[in-house]
Design a protein around this ligand. Structure first.
Ligand SMILES: [Zn+2]
Length: 332
């Protein structure tokens, strides 16, 4: 199935030009850059649109000579504001993406039954690990991200994995350029905490679901007893919102203003406001093969988490202070 694009703002039909899509109703143009349609209605908060394209061009200059892993290393080389230890950690996280995707697909199937269609959409696909896992199960796979530059990395990874028919689209999760009710599974893994309109993101994810489809979300717990996973700083989420960014800046020297992690109650509120009705929030196991990403102290904490998780009567405190949540919402 080829998926028609629609205007992300009004959902109306688009006209197709040589290097752009146009919405006659909104009088808005959406360019195709390096072969990737760019339907963003606002930029990635970390980088302006032109700078994002420029960085993508720099990655494209090495596209044929570097492997996927080398290209990701090169990306962090040209992003010197990220401390080297964090960049190394992000790289390990990226490389585990396919395995995480495989595990999450099995989890969704276990919770909501076999997939009811062949269309898969990932919001915030990043470097495309989940897309490779999904392509083994779905015939139509679409990955979108607000970070244009990362889609170049995803393209490289997909080609290396032999996935030549996955569609990559640059867009805002809150403004999807797809018609409603088309996808059997929509995934947003570690994305909701990066969006400014969290209710809008979930609402769009739900609208994209075909009847019988499922929306899967993964997100860290704001009140987790483990360090904040993006910046590796303890206790960030326990502070009042206005103090989080100055605190991270003080102890780590990096910005934090675009990250909004959710507690269990925050998450329930967002899901309710977005109209998610048939939903399950789970406390996932940290897979064995992910443990190498953590230091010994964190590994001990994870072990304790797994022990408590195994005792049904003791599980509820983990909704308050466990490391992360998985959510599966089913369409009507
Ligand atoms: Zn429009």
């Amino acid at each position: 199935m080829t998926l028609p694009f629609v205007c992300p703002l009004c959902k109306g039909a688009l006209t197709v030009g040589p290097q752009e899509y146009c919405c006659p109703a909104c009088e808005r143009r959406y360019p195709v850059v390096l072969g990737i349609p760019d339907f963003r209605v606002f930029p990635d908060p970390w980088i302006e649109i032109e700078d994002d394209w420029a960085k993508a061009e720099r990655l494209m200059a090495h596209f044929d000579t570097l492997s996927f892993e080398e290209l990701v290393r090169y990306y962090w080389l040209i992003t010197p504001n990220t401390p080297p230890d964090l960049a190394a950690r992000y790289l390990r996280h990226v490389l585990g993406g396919v395995d995480r995707g495989i595990a999450s697909l099995a989890e969704v199937e276990q919770l909501s039954g076999p997939f009811t269609g062949e269309q898969f959409l990932e919001l915030g696909c990043g470097t495309g690990g989940f897309l490779i896992a999904a392509r083994r199960r779905f015939s139509t796979v679409v990955g979108c991200d607000i970070a244009f530059r990362w889609l170049v990395l995803a393209r490289k990874r997909l080609l290396e994995a032999g996935c030549h028919d996955v569609t990559l689209v640059c867009c805002c999760g809150e403004y999807l350029p797809f018609p409603d009710h088309r996808f059997a599974l929509v995934v947003a893994s570690d994305v909701i905490e990066h969006t400014s309109d969290q209710v809008g993101l979930v609402r769009q994810g739900l609208r994209a679901l075909a009847p019988g489809g499922s929306l899967f979300l993964a997100t860290p717990n704001r009140l987790s007893l483990a360090p904040e996973p993006h910046v590796r700083v303890w206790g960030v989420g326990w502070l009042p919102a206005r103090l989080r960014s100055p605190y991270v800046r003080l102890v780590r020297g990096i910005p934090y203003q675009h990250i909004r992690t959710l507690s269990y109650f925050d998450l329930r509120r967002v899901l309710r406001e977005a109209g998610a009705r048939h939903l399950t929030i789970t406390l996932p196991h940290i897979p064995e093969r992910e443990l190498f990403r953590y230091n010994p102290w964190e590994r001990a904490l994870i072990q304790l988490y797994h022990r408590v998780l195994a005792v049904p009567g003791l599980r509820w405190p983990l909704y308050l202070v466990g490391p992360l949540f998985h959510v599966v919402c089913r369409a009507e």
